[in-house]
Design a protein around this ligand. Structure first.
Ligand SMILES: C[S@@+](CC[C@H](N)C(=O)[O-])C[C@H]1O[C@@H](n2cnc3c(N)ncnc32)[C@H](O)[C@@H]1O
Length: 281
């Protein structure tokens, strides 16, 4: 377990803490009622990780979720349930490289009128969408790209004060991207370190998920989650937006942010391409 994260209290204010626990129990119950576990497919974010993310969104009164990485739309469908009948919106970005798969996914999401699928590159679209929806409170859920690439994009977006919550999938414990994020977070990133009072519905969902995913031979740890969720608050925003690291290569968040401010979305995309070509051979 990462030491820097363990020392952090789950949350600071008891009232928001109670709200989180209540939302966690309620969404865990919804997950069971709507068979989210049975619908899970390999590669998708686990149901418990999604429930944790939804509870954090409720705790912070999030209005808009911007997702990057939709694929078959499993996580997007859950986001659709989250905003159903409320004054909230979801934008979901994907390359849609496989046209038939993308068509099926869009068909699946038709039931959710406030979910807006967007085709294109997150390198360009994330910054543009945040500007478009601000000042409404934004949470970002990124499941493609991954690692430092995704972190650079999320940090650059955090220059806009509308961004309140960042979530990144496949952020494995003990690995460098998780350590960097954990070092800047005000509370632990993973639900195992946050959830202290476990509502019965949450415990039931965890067990259901474990049994189901074990049966399917899930290729990810069922013991530790890998969705890192981090609040961007007044006290850590500056450090997040200014963060530089050799891990970011050419796409340093302050540089990306500055270029976006000048409207240079397409040229900034070249930084990511160039970084990938030079360093990820
Ligand atoms: C693991 S899948 C997403 C699964 C989905 N979140 C779920 O839980 O059901 C990753 C997706 O990210 C998309 N992706 C990766 N990098 C991207 C980028 N830079 N821009 C847009 N889409 C991207 C891929 O096309 C792929 O469909």
């Amino acid at each position: 377990m990462i030491e820097s994260q363990m020392k952090k209290p789950p949350f600071n204010e008891t009232s928001t803490d109670e709200r989180f626990v209540e939302a966690l129990g309620r969404w865990a119950e919804t997950a069971a009622n709507l068979s989210w576990v049975e619908q899970w497919v390999e590669g998708a974010i686990f149901p418990c990780e999604m429930v944790f993310f939804l509870a954090r969104c409720e705790q912070l009164d999030i209005d808009v979720v911007i997702e990057s990485g939709r694929q078959d739309g499993y996580s997007t469908m859950i986001l659709g349930e989250f905003i159903k009948g409320r004054e909230k919106q979801v934008y979901s970005i994907d390359y849609e490289a496989d046209a038939e798969r993308a068509r099926r996914c869009r068909e699946r999401l038709k039931a959710y009128s406030s979910v807006i699928p967007v085709k294109g590159d997150a390198n360009i679209l994330l910054g543009q969408l945040v500007n478009q929806v601000a000042p409404r409170k934004v949470a970002m859920l990124v499941d493609g790209p991954k690692g430092f690439w995704a972190i650079a994009l999320m940090f650059a977006c955090s220059g806009n004060t509308a961004v309140k919550l960042l979530a990144l999938h496949n952020l494995n414990r003990g690995e460098a991207p998780g350590k960097l994020l954990g070092g800047l977070a005000n509370s632990p990133l993973y639900y195992e370190d946050v959830v202290r009072q476990s509502p019965a519905s949450w415990l039931r969902l965890r067990e259901l998920e474990r049994l189901h995913c074990e049966r399917l031979g899930a290729r990810r740890s069922l013991e530790y989650s890998s969705l890192g969720v981090m609040e961007v608050a007044d006290r850590n925003r500056k450090n997040i937006v200014r963060k530089t690291s050799w891990h970011f290569r050419l796409h340093q968040p302050p540089l990306v942010r500055m270029a976006w401010k000048l409207g240079l979305f397409w040229p900034t995309n070249r930084l990511f391409d160039l970084s990938n070509r030079l360093f990820n051979k």
